[in-house]
Structure formats: C-alpha cells, structure tokens
Design a protein around this ligand. Structure first.
Ligand code: 13P
Length: 256
C-alpha cells in the first residue's frame, strides 16, 4: 500500500556547535547516511547554514532548515534574519513556534502565525511546534491547550497553504529532560492533533498531515515512537548533535 505521508527526521541543533564542529557533524551525517526515502533535515545555527547546505547539496532526501526567522521582509531590525536571506542560502524548512522561542523570547501565537505566513509566502515550509507545559499536562488540559495553539496560529490559513506545513508535537516537559512521552502518550496527542486538523480542513488533509514527535527522542526510544500510527518521525534536539545517534534515529522507522 502506498504510504500517505512522508517520514521525516529533523535535527534541531539549537545554539550548539561552532562552525568547524558544525561542518564535521554535517559531514559525518552525510557519510553515514544509508539511502532511504526518509526525509532528513538539519537545522544548524544561522552561521552554518550555507556550509551545511553545501555539504548536503545534491542528496535528494537531505535538506537544511533554519531555527527561526523574522516576519518582516527587510529593514531596520537589528540582529534579525529575513526570509530572503534564508532563501538565498538554500533553506527549505523553518522551525517556528519552538517552546524555547515562546518561553525565552516571548513569542506569542499571533507572532508565530505571522511568521508562518511569511515563510509560506517565501516558498519555504514551516515546521510548526506545539506542546504543553507540565502543569497543563498534570491538569489534564493538554489536548485543549495544543488545539488552541493550532487554532490561534494556523487555522486562518487556506487549506492549500495549511497542507504545506509540517507539525511537530513537543511536550515541554519532555524537551531536554530525558523524560520522553511514552509511545501511548505521543500517539494519543498526535491523534488528537490530527482530529483538530480533520475538523478544520477535512479528512483528506488530516490524513496527509505530517506530525513529528519531539522531546528526548533517542536511539533507545525512537523505534517505539515511530511505530505509532500517527507519528511520522521526529524533531530531535540533543541526540541530533551526535551523528551516530542521529543516524540511528533516522533508521528507526518500521519496515514497510
Ligand atoms: P531534545 O531532543 O533535546 O529533548 O529536544 C527536543 C527539541 O526541542 C527539538 O526541537
């Protein structure tokens, strides 16, 4: 049976690696990667994008992503990075709405929605992150919380635009904590997210929606997570900084 959705593993390097370490990491990943149809994405710091792009150039299933961008086209925004700058170095994906951006840089649902539109207008693909903090999970309100994030930032998009987006469910309590969501918790939330998409954009769009899991995903738990029906891959932080771990995660999908 033809698979309805692509499978993807994206490495979010966050604020790690200097230029040479980034070069070495990207080269190792490329060297160790076995041919497959898994979409492999690396999101290094801005300063490394061009070089990592050169290293991955010509490998059809490997792309580079930015970790953020500014919502305005250009101008007096000291320290910011525009869509055109990212386009000019071959960026394909932009991670948006990461909980660290929300938490440490005060990014609101509304701002993230603007960035999503800017990225789409620039012909790139947003990887939109959502996910609840621990207290929301403990109060049992996680599904409603994530539904609100989707509604507030994304659900004013046309169906045509929405279809281009990758979603990533990243429960905040699992990020960098070594405490991963259980496969059952991940599946439950991915299904809930797919149901929200189905209610807004219909069955066909919801069944085609790629939803990644992020939060302490490692070689030791990726297989179980990726075996879940509604988990289409991972957004990997810490483990994406070690080429062996990252490659092992890329190889963790079930056999067809
Ligand atoms: P960790 O894999 O380090 O928990 O980070 C997940 C993440 O935030 C990816 O964007």
């Amino acid at each position: 049976m033809q698979r309805q959705r692509i499978r993807m593993v994206a490495g979010n390097w966050k604020m790690n690696t200097d230029y040479e370490q980034g070069r070495d990491l990207a080269q190792e990943v490329v060297r160790k990667l076995q041919p497959s149809d898994v979409h492999v994405v690396m999101a290094p710091p801005f300063t490394h994008l061009k070089n990592v792009g050169n290293i991955t150039n010509g490998i059809s299933n490997v792309s580079i992503a930015a970790q953020n961008c500014h919502e305005q086209t250009a101008g007096a925004y000291t320290g910011e990075i525009s869509i055109a700058m990212l386009q000019s170095v071959g960026v394909k994906y932009v991670i948006l709405g990461h909980s660290e951006r929300r938490q440490y840089f005060g990014e609101s649902d509304e701002l993230i929605g603007k960035k999503v539109k800017a990225v789409l207008a620039g012909g790139m693909v947003p990887i939109f992150c959502c996910g609840e903090p621990l207290e929301v999970r403990e109060a049992g309100n996680h599904e409603a919380y994530v539904a609100d994030q989707l509604k507030n930032s994304l659900f004013d998009l046309s169906e045509e635009d929405f279809k281009k987006i990758i979603l990533a469910y990243e429960p905040i309590w699992a990020i960098g904590t070594g405490k991963t969501a259980s496969p059952e918790q991940a599946q439950e939330m991915h299904k809930a997210i797919r149901t929200q998409v189905q209610k807004k954009y219909g069955e066909d769009t919801s069944m085609r929606q790629v939803i990644l899991y992020g939060g302490s995903c490692k070689p030791g738990n990726a297989k179980e997570l990726f075996a879940q029906a509604d988990v289409d891959g991972g957004l990997i932080g810490g483990a994406s900084l070690k080429s062996d771990d990252f490659i092992a995660i890329v190889e963790s999908f079930p056999e067809d």
